[in-house]
Design a protein around this ligand. Structure first.
Ligand code: HEM
Length: 422
């Protein structure tokens, strides 16, 4: 691994984001709860410390700001932006950016849309979709896997799960991109207006759909969300059904949390296959390994590299004092390569016995709501890649550049060549 220094470590440096793992490895060894500069900003890198922070949500809070606000939460003074935002619904902090007791209510109400029955019912659609996408490029013997497979698979799957008709799917992708842009990247004013327009369009479309499901219930996820009620409440528990702004916030989180993460997982898995031909041949020879391959790929790729936590009271983690008000990043990607939990942590081992102990979906109360759906989708994707794109190798034109992000890690593009199976 490259030799690096932690002096002046800047998590937002584009260069470090290309390959942060040597930095995390050094932090785990030397300063596992790493203070960035001398500010109130800490990076938590060891498996045990990450787990401890995830298990103490009363101190390590998720109330770090509402993603997906039209205009990125900024409307002050800009009348054009304020005008666009006023046509939509007010932002609400739900799941990812809420703490108990509000969070508990959201989880109970949303859980109904992600039952094993719902997820299993989507699998035949995912299989057909994966086949259709591979049909589109198989005969070429080459593809750019991000645009031709890893983006459309999750986007079209979620669109289908939410009942978006085929002729609105391009809009759906635009709304998803607008929601992601709204998370708070540095946007120009024009991009901010564009993102706000997309989010408002998304809100108006789904508000009408939710209203329709209220009157005409169907056997689908939107109806699950509209009809969700708290059953057997405990004394004093808030049993209010979800309001339209709350449902819209949740739907938006499904897009933001579910699309890019799955895209990045599938792409990175392909890179691992090419770089580890022997291990990949073992998985191809025994497809019963596929679910474990997905876990191992989640461990190594960890598309959501880390997540923010705001510290609610003075505390200590890994022997380091952290003051109230400090911001922490719980670095799942680093925990997943901690040799204390995973021997030979950087190696891709399809048979790894404890691959499933990874923290790529988090742990505790914010554990990924879509984990079973993401797993089902990744299993189908990996099966198709192994069986339909054998002899996978890198094509021309790869620069292996990753998206510039501290939180979401994924290749911008990946050109592959293969010997068509048919
Ligand atoms: C490979 C794919 C995915 C990865 C790596 C991933 C990762 C994560 C992680 C690490 C968290 C926990 C964040 C925290 O602790 O603050 C999370 C939460 C969440 N994920 Fe996923 N996710 C994936 C797919 C999905 C999908 C497909 C959906 C929905 C369709 C989804 C919806 C959510 C939501 C709504 C939350 C917030 C849950 C809460 O705060 O209670 N994710 N995800």
């Amino acid at each position: 691994m490259t030799e690096v220094t932690l002096d002046g470590f800047d998590p937002f440096s584009a260069e470090i984001q290309q390959d942060p793992h040597p930095y995390y490895a050094r932090m785990r060894d030397e300063e596992p709860v790493f203070q960035v500069g001398d500010g109130a900003f800490f990076v938590v890198t060891r498996y045990d410390d990450v787990l401890e922070a995830l298990r103490r949500p009363d101190v390590f809070s998720n109330e770090f700001g509402g993603p997906g606000t039209p205009g990125g939460g900024y409307a002050g003074g800009d009348t054009e932006l304020a005008d666009i935002v006023s046509q939509g619904y007010p932002p609400v902090s739900t799941l990812l950016t809420a703490d108990p007791p509000a969070h508990t209510r959201y989880r109970k109400l949303v859980g109904r849309a992600f039952t094993p029955r719902r997820v299993n019912a989507l699998v035949p659609f995912i299989r057909d979709l994966a086949d259709e996408l591979v049909d589109g490029f198989e005969g070429d013997g080459r593809c750019e896997i991000v645009t031709q497979f890893a983006v459309p698979l999750p986007v079209r799957m979620i669109a289908h799960a939410l009942g978006v008709p085929t002729d609105r799917q391009a809009d759906f992708k635009r709304w998803s991109d607008a929601s992601i842009a709204a998370i708070g990247a540095m946007l120009t004013r024009e991009q901010m207006l564009e993102s706000a327009r997309g989010v408002v369009e998304f809100q108006l479309y789904f508000a009408a759909q939710l209203e329709d499901r209220r009157i005409n219930p169907r056997d689908d996820m939107l109806t699950d969300i509209v009809q969700a009620r708290i059953e057997n409440p405990e004394e004093g528990e808030d049993t209010t059904p979800l309001s339209i702004p709350e449902m819209l916030s949740i739907l938006q989180q499904l897009l933001v949390a579910g699309n890019e993460t799955s895209t990045k997982l599938i792409t990175e898995t392909c890179r691992m296959f090419v770089e580890n031909p022997e291990a990949t041949a073992r998985a191809r020879a025994d497809l019963s390994l596929v679910p474990n391959v997905v876990e191992e790929a989640l461990r190594l790729a960890t598309p959501t590299q880390g997540m923010f936590r705001v510290v609610k009271s003075d505390t200590t983690l890994g022997g380091v004092d952290i003051p109230k008000g400090a911001m922490c990043v719980i670095m799942f990607a680093s925990a997943n390569r901690d040799a204390a939990g995973f021997p030979e942590p950087d190696a891709f081992v399809p048979e790894r016995a404890n691959a499933k102990d990874h923290l790529a979906f988090g742990k505790g109360i914010h554990y990924c709501v879509g984990a079973s759906l993401a797993r089902a989708e990744a299993v189908v994707a990996v099966e198709k890649i192994l069986t339909r794109l054998p002899d996978l190798r890198f094509g021309d034109g790869n620069d292996f550049a990753y998206e510039p992000s501290f939180i979401l890690r994924g290749l911008k593009q990946l050109h592959l060549e293969f010997t068509p199976a048919h």
